[in-house]
Design a protein around this ligand. Sequence first.
Ligand code: AKG
Ligand code: FE2
Length: 290
Amino acid sequence: MEHWAPPPHPPPLLEPWQIETLMHQGHLGVNLPEHLKASLSRLSSLAADFFNQTSEQKNTAYPASHGTESGYYNIEDEKEYLTFRRKSPGSTSDLDLQAEEVWETVAVLLYRILCDISTALGIPHDAWNTLLEDSLAMQESATVDPTLPSVLRLFKYQPKQGVADRHTDNGLLTLCVGNSRGLQVWKPSTNKSPGEWTDADGPTVLVGSTLRVLSSNRCKGGVHRVISSEEGRSSIVFALRPCLRYGIELERFGGFGSVHSRQLYGTITARKTNVNARKTSVISQGSGTG
Ligand SMILES: O=C(O)CCC(=O)C(=O)O
Ligand SMILES: [Fe+2]
């Protein structure tokens, strides 16, 4: 029998003009497949049930750990959010299972977009393999694995006060799906017009700083913020961040030399203030979920 090798990478997802737009402005509104929309909407209603519980129930079910990086976190009079980082062993709650399903589907979608970007930039698709190890599905683990920083976040912004300051996410790519307006993206200036904030147009993919750096700035970082709204807002955010276990040969990405992923990501995160933490100091350059 003739042997067929498996396809080396997933099939293209976006049109070349969409990839060009994403790389140029750092963000892009995307149409999601129907099955993912249904999956997100189930997660959104389970998230609403979760947020309707008492603080004690929320803190007990998902204790915060690693600062803002895992579990339930509440910023008084602003927003509350639940961060999934791993699958708790033995968990069978509907919310956990739905989060796991959304993680897998969105991670694969972002991986396909990463491959589309690679095609546009002449980066071999397998250059991403070590950076995505164990990240395309939620890993089961008793404790948070510091080498796997990807997160799925469910936000509930309070009416009139829920915000996130201007920032670029840290990771590779982020998908934000909100139930109403509030997310704004920065449109870079062109010859004809100055830069401006515009409302995100539905589900939005954002380029994170790690991808910007790996692409030697050929992909711009997606600058965004969340502004308050009368009715408040809920959103689901998945941030695909690099696995921090291996060195990266930068030649494969069109650069020079090599760097350990942990060092690269550490440098990127060290320069920023977390826009999802309680405010303690003046923000210079913010970073959010991704
Ligand atoms: O709620 C959103 O849609 C975006 C939140 C955000 O930018 C972040 O957490 O980094
Ligand atoms: Fe963000």
